[in-house]
Design a binder for this molecule. Structure first.
Ligand code: PRX
Length: 637
């Protein structure tokens, strides 16, 4: 309730004199107004700061909406900017990554060493017949081989599809199959809370369900015994030691493929309104411009900074802000392998102190989780190096915001609450450090981004009123489509309000022009910041022999944002009981991943449906939350 009052009358946190004096953007509104008057000019200036093999002829091609093209005719490769261009500058000798394993192992890698590893691995991929445009699925724990594999794939012009290491058999199989990947890169296992997760075993099962992979490359991390199929499976370390990886003819280097600005860089699968995850496609040219500009302005990154984005490289946050943008900007990143509370609840604060982290970018669910353990765990550590904090993935509730600000940030660090999506590639609504903040608001659209909150008819709503969040102009880091499904791309994002990109979120804009994101209004559930589709959970439930029909909903949860509740109708002959409910939960976790495990499953005789047979999830949700069920006129009976 306190949070609700805050939303109605939020406090304003003004930047400190020091922040104002030292930050890059002193007048955000001026920069935003300037960019709004000439968005293409703004993005073109940002693009010119990067390296290109050949310049573009046209900044934006919009003759065939919504199939927009950016930096048309330009030739580049994101690796040219992330690695190649640092090799002749002092950045070469800086640390690109400081990696800490959950077991305390530390591994560091300079920009030079990272480039060397990437070149070697690129040669390995080539030796396996991976060509420009081919897809490579990467299913790894949070180890340095994950960015290495992504960069090597991009370097040779192939397309990576990273599958989060917390996903399981069916989710992985589906993603391999849809992307028609030739190669799978995985590990024997990864660690989570001290326990090894058997990734290779999961991958083997997924490969039995999908048929495109010719070779599997296995990184050794957990020391688990795995079965290796002769002629198909190879150890990463062995391949990296072979002569072709070092390629004496090129002194161990590998040419960075010249890519068209619009050539695909990666696919990243995300949940939508159907059971089939969408392969969101991003390209080399516009994406690199969007991510570098947003990171530079919003996080005010400095050459000497130590940047820690605590997400997983397997999500868009990791792609954009652990791998590509920080490398492009030449900053040192921290990657921590494991759980924030392992072995004790001060693990994160220990890491901040040990490495002198300057900017920490994390999800509200993690903040809320750590808040539970109290301030004493934080106060044992010197967090004075922190200058900025970031938030992403879901709305941050004002209570968590204030704790983050006061306890972690010592009251001096602005909180950069960045709203964006897998589809947007880069931050869309975000403050910069000089902007006065309102706890719980992602503040204002980034320069060059035009966002609106509209009603059902597509008209902007009055200040303070709730509506649908749309983006009214194309932006460089935008998705270019859904893999193999252009119709779904048009239908899902561009057909509700012609000419406007539909985000799937609802929001309000207050009288000061600050945006307040409320949450998803479609069938997407955010559990601990992870994005899952109701349909994915439902299809996992009905894949169990006992289930004939299923529905899944998201129910608000204090810590996780939302949790999943499932409702199932049993097939004849199956007896309801706690044993079966537990079995169904475990089945979902096995098929989709532990993050998708329903908190509760109810066995029911009937599901509320419309006359056309569509399950009315909002009715289930209202019942679960003890709220009025609303308009029931379309209910079947
Ligand atoms: O609902 C919004 C929420 O996360 C969704 C996008 O999820 P995903 O594609 O997994 O990307 C997450 C990381 C960028 C959005 O539609 N969301 C993301 N950031 C915020 C947010 N909600 C409120 N505030 C944010 N800062």
């Amino acid at each position: 309730m306190a949070d609700e009052a805050d939303r109605l009358q939020p406090e304003l946190w003004a930047p400190s004199a020091e922040t104002l004096e030292t930050c890059l953007v002193k007048d955000y509104d001026a920069l935003r107004n300037q960019a709004a008057a000439d968005p293409l000019g703004f993005w073109e200036r940002e693009a010119k700061e990067l390296a290109w093999f050949e310049p573009w002829d046209k900044v934006l091609e919009e003759s065939n909406p919504p199939f927009f093209k950016w930096f048309v005719g330009g030739k580049t490769n994101v690796v040219l900017n992330a690695l190649d261009r640092h090799q002749n500058t002092p950045v070469r000798n800086k640390l690109a990554y400081i990696w800490e394993g959950e077991d305390g192992t530390v591994r560091t890698m300079s920009f030079h060493a990272l480039n060397r590893e990437v070149c070697r691995f690129a040669n390995v991929l080539k030796s396996m017949g991976v060509n420009k445009g081919d897809r490579v699925t990467i299913y790894l724990p949070r180890v340095l081989e994950l960015p290495i594999a992504m960069l090597a794939t991009a370097k040779i012009g192939a397309v990576h599809s990273v599958v989060y290491g917390g996903f399981s058999v069916e989710a992985l199989a589906e993603r391999i199959q849809d992307s028609e990947s030739k190669v799978l890169i995985t590990a024997d296992g990864g660690f989570m809370r001290g326990k090894p997760v058997p990734l290779k075993q999961i991958a083997d099962e997924a490969l039995r369900r999908s048929g495109t992979v010719e070779h599997v490359i296995v990184v050794k991390r957990a020391g688990l015994a795995v079965s290796m199929e002769v002629g198909r499976d190879y150890w990463y370390d062995e391949l990296m030691g072979l002569p072709f990886a070092r390629n004496p003819a090129t002194h161990g280097t590998c040419k960075t493929e010249v890519m068209d600005a619009e050539d695909p860089l990666f696919l990243l699968y995300t949940s939508g309104t159907t059971g089939k995850p969408k392969g969101i496609m991003h390209t080399h040219g516009g994406y690199q411009v969007g991510i570098s500009a947003t990171m530079k302005y919003a996080f005010d990154v400095r050459a000497e900074d130590r940047w820690w984005c605590a997400a997983d490289p397997g999500w868009i946050t990791g792609h954009s802000y652990i791998v590509y943008a920080p490398l492009m900007l030449g900053v040192t990143s921290i990657i921590y392998e494991g759980a924030p509370t392992y072995p004790y609840p001060d693990r994160w604060w220990r890491i901040v102190e040990k490495y002198g982290v300057n900017i920490l970018y994390a999800a509200p669910t993690a903040i809320r989780g750590l808040m539970r353990f109290g301030e004493a765990w934080v106060n044992r550590h010197d967090l004075s190096t922190l200058r900025l904090l970031g938030s992403v993935g879901e709305p941050i509730n004002p209570e968590a915001w204030r704790w983050y600000h006061r306890v972690i940030g010592g009251g001096r660090c602005p909180i950069i609450d960045t709203w964006w999506q897998t589809e947007t590639g880069a931050f869309m609504i975000t403050p910069v450090p000089s902007l006065p903040l309102k706890p719980g608001s992602a503040t204002k659209p980034f320069p060059g981004i035009l966002a609106e909150v509209v009603d059902e008819a597509g008209q902007p709503v009055a200040p303070g009123e709730e509506g649908k969040l749309v983006i009214t102009r194309p932006w460089p880091a935008m998705l270019r489509g859904i893999h193999r499904d252009p119709d779904r791309y048009v239908k899902q994002y561009w057909s509700t309000y012609p000419g406007k990109y539909l985000t799937g979120d609802s929001a309000r804009v207050d009288a000061d022009g600050y945006f307040w994101i409320i949450g998803r209004v479609d069938d997407v559930i955010k559990v601990s910041g992870y994005r899952l589709g109701t349909a994915e959970i439902e299809s996992a439930l009905v894949s169990h022999a006992a289930v004939s029909e299923a529905a899944a909903i998201g129910v608000p949860h204090e810590l996780k944002g939302n949790v999943i509740h499932g409702f199932v109708i049993l097939r004849e002959g199956f007896v309801p009981g706690p044993g079966l409910v537990e079995e169904l939960s475990a089945h979902v976790a096995r098929e989709v991943g532990p993050i998708a495990r329903p908190e509760k499953i109810e066995i029911v005789d009937k599901l509320p449906k419309t006359r056309s047979g569509k399950i009315m999830r909002r009715v289930l949700k209202a019942r679960a939350m003890g709220q009025p069920e609303g308009d029931l006129s379309t209910l079947e009976d």
